[in-house]
Design a binder for this molecule. Structure first.
Ligand SMILES: *Cc1c(COP(=O)(O)O)cnc(C)c1O
Length: 360
């Protein structure tokens, strides 16, 4: 068996120890004689798995008691509709910060439910940055302020938590949740699809402050009404049980690594290694402004696009996979989530050097 270095943006690399544990427990979870996939979500075994996953997530992120943790389905794209349905609370409009492809998707979906005020946008500079807080034109009557903390495609990440006053702050954290500590109390709601930094696709995590529940639009599907989901401990409908189990194993792994402070340190070391090489090279370029660069998704370009195909072919031959950039921006992208070991980034940098030497 050969494991590659998988730089996919998502679904993405998982810790090898988690996959091994899941394999060991596949046919018989803890003497139950069943796979987790076969268990009733109302049985005592799965209820224990679910409760442990939630408790670990609360511990890792230091989630205050007045926040609910919801295990949902529909992905972050689903939440782009579910959030406005639940959080409009009689208000007419929503403030958005537009930092790239994922913000644009959120904005487009929200327009079905409310007026949208784009309070700040990085479109004019080709989405190479997060607009400074001083540029934001916020509306004090907005239902909430929405941002995407890490633009997975453009590689732009917030390195500050904005103060938006009394209006709830909502963040799509799909691709940087659990990569660093977060002050949850500064947010009204956080959502994230699991398949970047948490576990398998199919699970969506929502962390929401209590006082924002219970005011969903009447048309909201029951399975997507946060109050209903919370009242039923995320079991109003059958939850994605196996994905929750794997997420729980990932949470255990993060805790064993030293928690989010340790994750943040490792992630910084990995990203620094890669960005320092890109900046030093005359062959590769990084399109994002330095103070907004993502520690999770590192887009880069070859100065000579004609070499892109040869670059990718050589990478693949060395077990460095999924480096092709998103079709909307081209070039390359290395996603280096929590589960990417530093050895993967070292191997990538060694290949960048080798390719440059052979082609410069
Ligand atoms: C991947 C991603 C999404 C899309 O998630 P789905 O699970 O496909 O709905 C949305 N936002 C961000 C920031 C992402 O990285």
């Amino acid at each position: 068996m050969t494991r590659v270095f998988n730089f996919s943006a998502g679904p993405a690399v998982l810790p090898e120890t988690v996959l091994r544990k899941a394999a060991e427990e596949m046919l018989d979870w803890h003497g139950s004689g069943m796979s987790v996939m076969e268990m009733s979500h109302r049985g005592k075994e799965f209820i224990a798995i679910h409760a442990e996953a939630e408790a670990l997530l609360r511990e890792l992120l230091a989630i205050p008691p007045n926040y609910k943790v919801l295990f949902m389905q529909g992905g972050a794209i689903g939440e782009n509709a579910i959030v406005p349905m639940n959080l409009l609370r009689g208000k007419a409009s929503i403030d958005f910060i537009d930092t790239g492809e994922w913000s644009k998707k959120s904005i487009k979906e929200a327009r079905k439910y409310a007026a949208v005020n784009v309070a700040a946008s990085a479109a004019a500079t080709g989405y190479d940055r997060v607009p400074a807080r001083s540029e934001w034109q916020l509306d004090a009557n907005a239902a909430y302020v929405h941002l995407c903390s890490n633009e997975t495609i453009g590689g732009v990440e917030y390195h500050f938590t904005p103060d938006v006053g009394a209006v709830p702050l909502v963040a799509d954290m799909s691709s940087d949740i659990l990569s660093r500590p977060v002050d949850i109390a500064k947010y009204g709601l956080i959502y994230a699809g699991a398949q970047k930094n948490i576990g398998p696709a199919g699970l969506t995590i929502v962390i929401v402050r209590d006082d924002l529940l219970g005011q969903a639009l009447p048309v909201t599907p029951s399975a997507f009404d946060y109050q209903t989901v919370a009242d039923n401990d995320s079991m109003y409908n059958t939850p994605p049980t196996y994905a929750i189990y794997i997420a729980g194993l990932v949470f255990q792994w993060i805790k064993a690594q030293g928690g989010l402070a340790a994750m943040a340190e490792r992630n910084r070391a990995k990203a620094t290694l890669l960005y320092e090489h890109l900046d030093a090279s005359r062959f590769f370029t990084s399109p994002v402004q330095r103070d907004c660069r993502s520690l999770m998704n590192v887009p880069f370009k070859l100065r000579d696009e004609a070499l892109d195909a040869a670059f990718l072919k050589g990478a693949e031959a060395r077990g460095l996979l999924q480096l092709k950039g998103h079709r909307s921006v081209g070039g390359m992208r290395a996603s280096i989530y929590n589960a990417m070991p530093i050895e993967g980034v070292q191997a990538l940098v060694a290949y960048l050097k080798e390719f440059e030497a052979a082609n410069a």
